[in-house]
Write a protein that binds this ligand. Structure first.
Ligand code: FES
Length: 146
């Protein structure tokens, strides 16, 4: 859905050149929450596009019970540890939770696509300022549980 960003402090996260390749990631903390900035291969709802560069950033706080999600690049690890069978067209890295194996799709606005979490990961609003990427807001933290 449409992002529901709460405006926040402008915080430099990384230079665009630090994310030269698709699926490069930079972890950061924003508004007290662990977050991750990703270079993604296509525009994402609530993300940022600068020419043909596409970015998205998410809270890493799992919306099930609050463990920190990580970018899982390996589809075999996803299938084995997470018991998750990505559809053929979805075979890209996912944000996975190590606690109870929820999976969130970074190309679908952080939607929960597998596991106990029933809400998406909150998105972080991004802005490009010259060669740098800034976080300038974040969606509200959900009530945890499920
Ligand atoms: Fe992430 Fe339970 S805390 S799946």
């Amino acid at each position: 859905g449409a992002p529901n960003f709460q405006p926040g402090e402008a915080q430099r996260v990384a230079s665009r050149s630090a994310l030269a390749n698709e699926w490069a990631e930079v972890e950061f903390t924003y508004a007290g929450r662990p977050c991750v900035l990703l270079r993604v291969p296509e525009p994402v709802p609530g993300g940022l596009s600068v020419g043909d560069e596409h970015y998205a950033a998410y809270s890493r706080v799992c919306t099930h019970l609050g463990c920190s999600v990580n970018l899982v690049r390996d589809q075999e690890v996803l299938a084995f540890a997470y018991n998750y069978r990505p559809p053929q067209e979805d075979r890209h890295p996912q944000l996975g939770c190590p606690c109870h194996f929820s999976v969130f799709d970074p190309l679908q606005a952080g939607e929960a696509v597998f596991g106990k979490a029933n809400g998406p990961l909150p998105r972080v609003r991004l802005e490009a300022r010259g060669g740098d990427l800034y976080a300038t807001g974040i969606e509200p933290a959900p009530e945890l549980g499920g």
